[in-house]
Design a protein around this ligand. Sequence first.
Ligand code: SAM
Length: 276
Amino acid sequence: MNLASLPPLRESLAAAGLLAKKSFGQHFLLDLNVTRKIARLAGPLEGETVLEVGPGPGGLTRALLDAGARVVAVEKDRRFAPLLEELSAHAHGRLTVIEADALELASDAIPPTPVIVANLPYNVATPLLVGWLTGPLRPKSMTLMFQKEVADRIVAAPGSKDYGRLSVLAQTLCEAHVVLDLPARAFTPPPKVASAVVRLDPRPRRPPAAAVEALQRVTAAAFGQRRKMLRSSLKALGGEKLAAAVGLDPTLRAEDVTVAQYLALATRLVAAGAGA
Ligand code: SAM
């Protein structure tokens, strides 16, 4: 792979006459120093299979290939096909492009346990993350660009205003850290908000599927009425009795309950359902 022999991204985009489409959440990273930095933060990538959603003109894809990865790139906007074909020709069989909507892609179209790296389209970033956290793909790690506000929600600690369902789900299943902040001007065209890259590394011991499903029910109920006490917000799931069974004060509110305590509630709910 020789990045240097490819034309600069800005030139490739201009030559193809491509303008960003707002409806596809297109904000491009055209500075290869930035995309190389993201690839490093996702690394080591030598010999890894990387799933990239939304390669667009291919700036991040170039950096991933340069870091030695095999890349499966899923792009919905077919206008980028010629640019990605050109990149593929330089990649000696290490780049596969799938033209599809990543939200609708069957998991068997993607190699198992990929490393996922993407500058995500903001309008579908959260459903994609939830699908990767809870679905069959079981990524090895995820290094993902979100709008800053979503990144803050993923890594939020109890007691903060950003702490919510996404924080609990992500942190139950993964270690999650913001590894890079990027201002809007780093993108072409610049979005209205700042962005951040979050790295998520799955925890070695994953809770059983039933507990993950119950966790989503518990957090939906608790944060659905986040100002209410658990005894009231969790009423339909056992309220005071459920909280007491895991040693939790039922007068706590959703944002005061730790990630481990939510998992305890979910595990208890599963056990209660099984007649324990
Ligand atoms: N990776 C490129 C970069 O960093 O310059 C482009 C990132 S841009 C924020 C998001 C990309 O995702 C666009 O190329 C867009 O066409 C693509 N995209 C949007 N929705 C998509 C979807 N549902 N499935 C696959 N790709 C999608």
